[in-house]
Design a protein around this ligand. Sequence first.
Ligand SMILES: NC(=O)c1ccc[n+]([C@@H]2O[C@H](COP(=O)([O-])OP(=O)(O)OC[C@H]3O[C@@H](n4cnc5c(N)ncnc54)[C@H](O)[C@@H]3O)[C@@H](O)[C@H]2O)c1
Length: 248
Amino acid sequence: MNAPPLSGRIAVVTGGAEGIGAAIAQRLHREGAEIVVADVQRDKGEALARELGGAFALLDVAQEEGWDRLLDAHARLDILVNNAGVNKGPAPFESLSYAHWRETLAVNLDGAFLGCRAGVRAMASRGGNIVNIGSGAGVRAVGEMAAYTASKAGVHALTRAAAAYCGRRGYKIRCNAVLPGSVETPMVSRLRGQTGDAAAARARIVERHPIGFVGEGDDIAAMVAFLVSDEARFITGALMCVDGGLTI
Ligand SMILES: NC(=O)c1ccc[n+]([C@@H]2O[C@H](COP(=O)([O-])OP(=O)(O)OC[C@H]3O[C@@H](n4cnc5c(N)ncnc54)[C@H](O)[C@@H]3O)[C@@H](O)[C@H]2O)c1
């Protein structure tokens, strides 16, 4: 019997305790990787890490020192999925607070930068794969979510810069992004809850996806698993839409 495609590889998934990150952790585990679930939520993160026979790391992606501790604790790193992100919900542009903007950019963009930098440092000599989770919202702007939209567009640009840098340096590191459309997760159900009429909000969301339904975590995880596999050896700097046509 053949070994699973990712066996022997160590994968860190940020924001891996629930939602899309948990689906990615489960998928990479099924493909044979050893999983480190990195999250600010200890209980859920530890429970999933136990289930997968992996490790948990308490990590706030926006804190530089946390990344240093993570690298110290896990000497080798083959796959890094920068998935952790926040969406603080819609706000009119005029009253969008600077705190809302800063917090969104700190987690979504600073966190992805600190992650990419840690990944490049850890993988420069042996090679590896970085996957950033962007968003369809970074392509098709959502006017009421300026901070989220801008943070994700930044993640897309960061992905391409890191890919170009690593390629030209001769590092065997590929860096790609997956841009999900709407996926049923705790984040999306929280946002729906803020609207007052969750059923109508869901219908509106579905309506924006030409395919006629919203995604599941494993739809995104499948693309991540492909991107980190050797089958994707010629793919770097790509922004892969997995969005049911949202950004068409
Ligand atoms: N769900 C969607 O429809 C959707 C669409 C496009 C993009 N995305 C992106 O996918 C990623 C995952 O989203 P989700 O819907 O699963 O979200 P979620 O809120 O359901 O889960 C996010 C996870 O990230 C963790 N997290 C939050 N801040 C963190 C931090 N500072 N450091 C470490 N961990 C942190 C949370 O504890 C949680 O486990 C995010 O980057 C999000 O922007 C989601």
